[in-house]
Design a protein. Structure first.
Length: 343
């Protein structure tokens, strides 16, 4: 009898906890819908990823990801507000509930995904890696020639640890100087306070574009780490995590299917392709699982674009950054970007 009572108590407790967990699971979406916008944490000013234009509008691939989330949730990509955060502030802002999503060139690591009360949905906005930016007059062609260099590093990033590993592994010495913002780091390189600026390579291209004489600086060929950058949400809300994850997958699937901001509405009405029909809501109710409308992908692509459009607009050859797709090309075009199907 005692065993039965104990078993019942355990089952009851588990049930209560389960119900409590389910009640909390939709907390973010409920709060977002109630206030009428998505609060998005972005960088404090990184060209190509999130940076204000002359009118104050935040532009970049990370900012556009949040617009895509808003398009999915509200059918309106403008229903988003931005909080500009430096690397030290970003996780606290998400943990505290100040922002609903962090879309801020943030590297997915095991400790961040499992040990901070946060969760990476798994969609990678940009596959990156750490590199080094130097002035041409330094006369170096390889990172292995940087023995004794003074290196500018942004505090609170994976860069600090990876650079330390690289120099120790290659028996090289260096002097780090840390800064709270990427702009401070870049200005210190430009002023000559340090010999080298290190960061994700995408950041190096972005910061180089802001220097007075960009052509005087070169990104060295080495990539010393893997830096998969993607959005982050709070742990424990699987409903919100799923929305944020599938927004990215929808944008990739749209690009692979040739669905663009220009043809998405016509394709939604006339397509005979079963995969495209499911993706665009012409066949089935796949948005219902995410608690969004059936045309959620149509709204994302119409208002923000497919993944390729967003990449090219913010980072591609027609921008000051002139970044190749590289690993960020689709899996069937030489890259590793790949999305599960909507079905």
């Amino acid at each position: 009898m005692k065993v039965l009572k104990s078993t019942l108590a355990i089952v009851t407790a588990a049930t209560v906890l389960g119900i409590s967990g389910l009640a909390q699971a939709g907390a973010t979406l409920d709060a977002v819908q109630k206030k009428g916008f998505v609060q998005c944490g972005v960088s404090d000013g990184l060209p190509g990823f999130s940076v204000p234009d002359a009118s104050g509008k935040i532009l970049g691939i990370d900012a556009d990801y949040c617009r895509a989330v808003a398009a999915a949730v509200f059918g309106d990509a403008t229903k988003v507000k931005f909080s500009q955060l430096n690397a030290k502030e970003r996780f606290t802002a998400l943990q505290s509930g100040e922002v609903d999503i962090l879309s801020r060139n943030t590297t997915m690591t095991s400790s961040r995904d499992a040990g901070m009360g946060l969760k990476f949905p798994g969609f990678i906005t940009y596959y990156d890696g750490i590199g080094f930016l130097v002035n041409n007059k330094l006369g170096v062609k390889s990172a292995k020639e940087l023995d004794g260099a003074t290196i500018c590093i942004q505090a609170g990033t994976t860069t600090e640890l990876n650079v330390s590993d690289y120099f120790r592994g290659n028996n090289l010495k260096y002097t780090p100087i840390t800064f709270d913002t990427s702009d401070e780091s870049a200005k210190s390189l430009e002023s000559g306070r340090c010999d080298v600026l290190t960061s994700d390579k995408s950041q190096l291209f972005a910061q180089r574009s802001k220097l007075a004489a960009p052509k005087d600086y070169v990104v060295l060929p080495e990539t010393i780490s893997k830096e998969p950058l993607g959005p982050v949400v709070r742990n424990g809300d699987d409903e919100w995590l799923a929305i944020v994850r599938w927004v990215g997958y929808a944008m990739l699937n749209a690009e692979e299917a040739g669905i663009t901001s220009k043809n998405v509405e016509a394709e939604a009405k006339a397509t005979k392709n079963p995969d495209v029909a499911r993706l665009l809501g012409a066949d089935g109710e796949y948005g219902k699982d995410l608690k969004v409308k059936k045309d959620w992908v149509v709204q994302i692509v119409k208002q923000v674009g497919n993944y390729g459009e967003v990449f090219e607009r913010n980072l591609g050859k027609s921008t000051p950054l002139e970044i190749d797709r590289g690993l960020n090309a689709l899996w069937n075009n030489g890259g590793i970007q790949y999305a599960p199907p909507v079905r």
